[in-house]
Write a protein that binds this ligand. Sequence first.
Ligand code: NAD
Ligand code: UGA
Length: 346
Amino acid sequence: MVERQKVAIFGGGGFIGSNLGHRLSAAGYECTLLDLVDNKLKLRFGNAPYRFDRCDISADDDAVDAVVADHDTVIHLAAHVHPSAFMHAPLDVVQLNLFDALKVVDACARHGRRLIHFSTCEVYGKARGSAEPFNEDRSDCVLGPIGSHRWIYGCAKQLLDRIVHAHGLRGDLDYTIVRPFNFVGPLMDRLVRPTETDNPRVFAHFMSALLFRRPMQLVDGGHSRRCFTYIDDGTAAIQRILEEPVATRNQIVNIGNPANETTIRDLAHSMRAIYRREFEPAADVPIVDVDSRTFYGDGYEDCDRRVPDIGKLRALGWAPHFDLERTLVSSMRYFFTHRDALLATL
Ligand code: NAD
Ligand code: UGA
């Protein structure tokens, strides 16, 4: 590790940002965490100090430029990330995830700073039933039709990946593009009370359902498959990438756990069984079906299957350690134990 390397993390107050900022700070990096809010940082750091600067990348262009100039490495996480947002605010998704993110990319190119940019596994789109893992340099990116506007997120992220890659071709940007596969763990999204209509990602939905004794809803039969990756494995991989600037220079790198593949239906059954075994034996929550039109509205299509090829990270000595059972038990234990603080703060 380079001693006291200065790292700026845009979107550093979110799920990945708060966990990553905590890990990198503990490892001796001088981290500046930039976000609209720092409530997750307060929960993650407790009494430990951290440097937070309020920054809206959509409005504070001068601040973005100054922060980039003042740090050695920039990690860009800020984005709209919930499929419900892709469905209900598609133009906001493009604005933040593409146009505003471009300010960070351009500033890194201008100031000669290393950029670790967060793309997504959703860029790969549909597997169309194939069990072949998604490879960063060989897999096609297969998105659905324009009328299925769910794909606007993957499309915006894909275009930005292509722009970052083009900067690399021009030789004016030192970057690594990171593609996470369904991280879960402490501080992922938030718990949703029965009176709220918030629509987070699936783990937070199912955990909320169990805590509040509401039905766990399976969208379109729960047949889609995901590889859930524990956040500590994810942040360890990001630290590895940070510490390997030469090997990861101008590369795209998947982060995920291919061994943790499950259907969403099996995820619901696993979480319910774990909840009863570990936390509240009497909890009896139904698992029900809902069609995607009712759950998300018109224009939803799903990624059927996303399995990462993690050969690049394995070659750097990283491997995931949390199997699916441990991933779920650890994540659920955090939400169960901290539920009062989470509900009061987020
Ligand atoms: P998150 O929603 O928890 O974090 C995003 C953060 O960006 C939030 O804290 C939010 O307040 C902040 N933000 C939003 N608008 C902003 C603005 N205008 N200025 C500054 N900050 C702003 O999401 P996350 O799960 O931590 O994801 C982080 C990144 O990783 C995203 O780019 C996402 O697309 C990517 N990603 C995450 C996963 C995953 O498994 N969590 C998977 C694939 C890709
Ligand atoms: C999301 C977004 O693409 C990004 O935030 C990110 O790239 C990715 O998560 C990720 O975490 O890697 P997705 O996996 O579709 O993608 O998001 P979820 O909302 O967690 O949905 C997973 C699956 O569960 C989908 O099939 C969805 O239809 C289903 N689902 C969701 C349910 O069956 N019930 C629910 O209550 C919520």
